[in-house]
Design a binder for this molecule. Structure first.
Ligand code: NAI
Length: 683
C-alpha cells in the first residue's frame, strides 16, 4: 500500500464497534469534531481492521449506522480525493475503497446498512456492499450517487453493484441523474429494502439479520451483454442530446456500467477504477468540484435567527420572497398599496406553496403553516417588530425613496432596510435618510424558489454589520449570498446584459434566432440568450440595459411593438401549444442579412461577457475571481463545467481572447501582456 495512505498514529477513531448480547456487531460511524461522516484513507483503514476482526469473530451479523443527527455517510472526502488526483496518487485510494467494501460484501454473516440522514456517494457504496439497506423515512434521509454531477463516477463499487441490485435501466437513471432521493423513493426504486422510524431502525436490522442472507432477482433480461449494449445505445443518444458532449462523466459512466454489468464483478470493478482515475484529472471535473466547494463556502458562516420580516410590494418578486422566507420559519408581513394587490400577492404565495407540495418540497401541513406565517397588511401599520424590511416595490427611484423615508418613521431604529432593486443605486436610494448605514440591497433572482444566489449590495454608507446580518439572513433561508459593491447592474446583471444585448445586435444584423440560441446552447448555457430575453421580458431587459447604458435598438423596437416575450405570448418565439416556436414575423426589426457561423456567433457573445466579468474584478465589484465565477454560474446557469467566465478565460487563453476583443479592459490587457491568469495552476 502507498505510504501516504498510512493512517496517522493515535488519530481519534471514526468508527465504534460493539458486540451485543445476540452477537450482532454494530459499527457506528462518528467522525470526531464534525457533523458529517466522510470516507478518507484513515476511515477506510479503520473499517478494514474492524472487518478483519468481525470475519474472525463468528458474529451473527453486522449493522452499519451513524451517530450523527442528519448524516449517515456523506461520501468521500472530496478534498483528499482531488489532492490525490493532482499528485497522480488516486489509484491507491480507489483500490483501498474497493477492496474494503469487497471485504464487507464477502463476510459470511448477514450485513445491514441502517440509514438515517444523508447517504451519498461513498456512503451509498458502502451500503450497497451490505446485504440489506434499511432507512428512516425522515426528510433528512437522502440517498443517491451524485458523482456524475462532479464529473466523475461511483468508483468504490457503486457503478458495478447498483445495476446488479436494481437492474441496468434503473441504475443508469440513478447514476446519470446524480440526484439524491428521498427514502420512500429509494425504497420504490429498490435501493432500500425496508423503512422504519429511527427508534425502530436497529430492531428492524436485527430482524433482517435473523432472516439470513437475501435471495435477489438476477435481472438477467437487462443485465446480459446484448441487452446492455442496446440499452446503452438508446441512453447514449439521449445523453449526448442533453449534454451536447460537455459532460464526459455521463458517457463514461454509461459505458462503464453497461460494459461491466455482464462481466464478473472483479472485472467490472477494474473498469470502474480505470474510469474514475481518468475522469478525476479532467478540467471538467476540477471545475465541477470547485463549484461544489464554492457552494459549501457560501453556505458556511453563522446562520441568522428567524426574525420578523416585512416585505413591501406584493408583486411578482415581493410575494415570492414572502413565500420563501415564511417557508424557512420567519413570520412575514406582506404589504402593498391596496387590498386587491395584497390579495393577489397572497394568492401567488399560496400557489407557490401548492407547487412546492406537488414537488414534495413541503408536506401539505408545512405549506399551510408557512402560509399562515404571512400576514397581509394594507394600512400603514407600524413595523416596530420587524428586524428586516425587504422592499420590492416598482423599479422607480422616486417611489423607492418615498417608501424608504416612510420606513424610517415606521420601523425600529435598528431594523435593516433592504431593497430588491435590479439596477438602481443603493447609495443614491439611501442618501438623504437619517440612518443610511442601515440600508443595503438584497437582490433575489427570479424565480425566487429556484435561484439559490442572492446578491448582498453594499452602498457607500452601508455599515459592515448590516452586510454580515444580511449574508447570515440569506444563509438562514437557504440561499447563497455573494457580497457585491453598489455599482450599475451589480454583478450578475452587469455581466449578463452586454451578452444579451450583443445577441440582440446579432439578430438585428440578420442572424437567425435559432442559430443564435443554438450557438450558446453548444457553449453550455442552459438556455439560449433570445429565449432568456423572452423569459425575462423584453421590457424589463431593455429597462435594465438603458440603466447600464447599452440598450439594443432591435430589442427596444420589439418592446415598443408589444413583443415582450413569454408574458405577451410573443417575442423571439411564439408561445403556442404544445411548445413555443420561432416567431417568423420579425423581419421589420432586422436591418441586415448576415448569418455568421455558430463559432462566429459564439465568439461575439462570449467575449463581451468575459470582458465585463474582468471589469467587475478590476473595479472590485466583488472581492475575488471566484466570486465572479460563482455568481455567474449560480445566478445565470453559466456553463457549470466551464467553471465561470474567468475560469473560461484562463482556459481559452487570456492573450488570445484579448487579441480578438474590440475594447478589452485594462486588467485583461495587463494580464495578457504579463502572461498572468485569474487562477493559479492546479499544481
Ligand atoms: P411588480 O410590478 O410585479 O410588483 C411591484 C409591486 O409593488 C406592485 O404590486 C405595486 O402595487 C407595489 N407597490 C408600488 N408602490 C408601492 C408602495 N409605495 N408601497 C407598497 N407597494 C408598492 O414588480 P416586481 O417584478 O415584483 O419587481 C419588484 C422589484 O424587484 C423591482 O425593484 C424590480 O426591479 C426587482 N426585481 C425584479 C425581478 C424580476 O424578475 N421581476 C428580479 C429581481 C429584482
Amino acid at each position: 500500500m502507498n505510504a501516504t495512505l498510512e493512517p496517522p498514529v493515535q488519530a481519534a477513531p471514526n468508527i465504534r464497534r460493539e458486540l451485543d448480547a445476540d452477537h450482532v456487531c454494530v459499527l457506528t460511524f462518528d467522525r470526531p469534531g464534525s457533523s458529517a461522516n466522510l470516507f478518507d484513507a484513515q476511515t477506510l483503514s479503520e473499517l478494514d481492521r474492524h472487518l478483519a476482526w468481525i470475519a474472525a469473530s463468528g458474529a451473527a451479523g453486522v449493522v452499519l449506522q451513524s451517530a450523527k443527527p442528519s448524516i449517515f455517510i456523506a461520501g468521500a472526502d472530496l478534498r483528499a480525493l482531488m489532492d490525490a488526483a493532482k499528485r497522480n496518487a488516486l489509484p491507491p485510494i480507489i483500490e483501498l475503497g474497493q477492496s474494503v467494501f469487497t471485504r464487507l460484501a464477502s463476510l459470511p454473516m448477514p450485513t445491514v446498512a441502517a440509514i438515517h440522514g444523508a447517504c451519498a456517494g461513498g456512503g451509498l457504496e458502502v451500503a450497497l456492499a451490505c446485504d440489506y439497506r434499511i432507512a428512516t423515512p425522515d426528510a433528512a434521509t437522502k440517498i443517491g450517487l451524485p458523482e456524475t454531477q462532479l464529473g466523475i463516477l461511483p468508483g468504490w463499487g457503486g457503478s458495478a453493484r447498483l445495476p446488479r441490485l436494481i437492474g441496468l435501466p434503473a441504475a443508469l437513471n440513478v447514476i446519470l441523474g446524480g440526484k439524491l432521493h428521498a427514502a420512500r423513493q429509494a425504497f420504490k426504486i429498490g435501493i432500500v429494502d425496508a423503512l422504519a422510524p429511527r427508534e425502530r431502525l436497529l430492531e428492524l436490522a436485527r430482524k433482517k439479520i435473523r432472516s439470513g442472507k437475501p435471495h435477489r432477482a438476477s435481472h438477467f433480461l437487462t443485465n446480459n451483454r446484448l441487452a446492455a449494449a442496446a440499452i446503452a445505445a438508446g441512453v447514449r443518444r439521449v445523453v449526448l442530446k442533453k449534454t451536447r458532449g460537455h459532460y464526459p462523466a455521463q458517457i463514461a459512466a454509461l459505458e462503464t456500467i453497461a460494459n461491466g454489468v455482464s462481466l464478473p464483478l472483479e472485472k467490472a470493478l477494474a473498469l470502474e477504477r480505470e474510469a474514475v482515475v481518468r475522469l478525476a484529472s479532467t478540467e471538467t471535473c476540477r471545475n465541477l468540484v470547485n463549484l461544489f466547494f464554492q457552494r459549501e463556502r457560501a453556505r458556511k458562516g453563522p446562520p441568522g435567527e428567524a426574525v420578523q420580516v416585512a416585505v413591501i410590494g406584493a408583486g411578482v418578486m415581493g410575494s415570492a420572497i414572502a413565500q420563501w422566507v415564511s417557508s424557512r420559519g420567519s413570520p412575514v408581513l406582506l404589504r402593498d398599496i391596496d387590498a386587491e394587490r395584497v390579495g393577489k400577492g397572497m394568492a401567488n404565495a399560496a400557489r407557490l406553496y401548492d407547487a412546492g407540495v406537488r414537488r414534495h418540497t413541503f408536506t401539505a401541513l408545512e405549506a399551510r403553516d408557512g402560509l399562515d406565517r404571512i400576514s397581509p397588511i394594507v394600512d400603514e401599520a407600524p413595523l416596530k417588530r420587524a428586524r428586516l424590511v425587504i422592499e420590492a416595490a416598482v423599479e422607480k427611484m422616486a417611489v423607492k425613496k418615498q417608501v424608504f423615508a416612510r420606513l424610517e418613521e415606521l420601523c425600529d431604529r435598528d431594523a435593516i432596510l433592504a431593497t430588491n432593486t435590479s439596477a438602481l443605486s443603493v447609495s443614491a436610494l439611501a442618501s438623504g435618510l437619517a440612518a443610511p448605514g442601515r440600508v443595503a440591497g438584497l437582490h433575489f433572482f427570479n424565480p425566487v424558489h429556484r435561484m439559490q444566489l442572492v446578491e448582498v449590495i453594499v452602498g457607500v454608507q452601508t455599515e459592515p454589520e448590516v452586510v454580515q446580518h444580511l449574508a447570515a439572513f440569506a444563509r438562514r433561508i437557504g440561499k447563497l449570498p455573494v457580497v457585491v459593491k453598489d455599482s450599475p447592474g451589480f454583478l450578475v446583471n452587469r455581466i449578463l446584459i452586454p451578452y444579451l444585448m450583443e445577441a440582440g445586435t446579432l439578430f438585428e444584423e440578420g442572424a437567425s434566432v435559432t442559430e443564435i440560441d443554438n450557438a450558446m446552447l453548444d457553449f453550455g448555457m442552459p438556455m439560449g440568450p433570445l429565449r432568456l430575453l423572452d423569459e425575462v421580458g423584453l421590457d424589463i431587459a431593455t429597462d435594465v440595459a438603458e440603466t447600464l447604458g447599452s440598450p439594443s435598438r432591435a430589442l427596444a423596437a420589439m418592446r415598443d411593438a408589444g413583443l415582450l416575450g413569454r408574458k405577451s405570448g410573443r417575442g423571439f418565439y411564439l408561445y403556442v401549444q404544445p411548445r413555443e416556436k420561432p416567431n417568423a414575423d420579425l423581419a421589420p426589426f432586422r436591418r441586415g442579412r448576415e448569418n455568421p457561423s455558430r463559432d462566429a456567433l459564439r465568439e461575439r457573445m462570449v467575449l463581451p461577457m468575459v470582458n465585463e466579468a474582468a471589469r467587475c474584478l478590476e473595479e472590485k465589484v466583488v472581492a475575488t475571481a471566484d466570486d465572479v465565477d460563482f455568481g455567474m454560474v449560480m445566478g445565470t446557469g453559466f456553463a457549470p463545467f466551464r467553471g465561470g467566465p474567468l475560469r473560461y478565460a484562463d482556459y481559452a487563453g487570456i492573450a488570445s481572447l484579448v487579441s480578438r476583443m474590440k475594447e478589452p479592459c485594462e486588467l485583461l490587457k495587463t494580464m495578457a501582456a504579463e502572461g498572468r491568469k485569474f487562477y493559479e495552476d492546479p499544481d
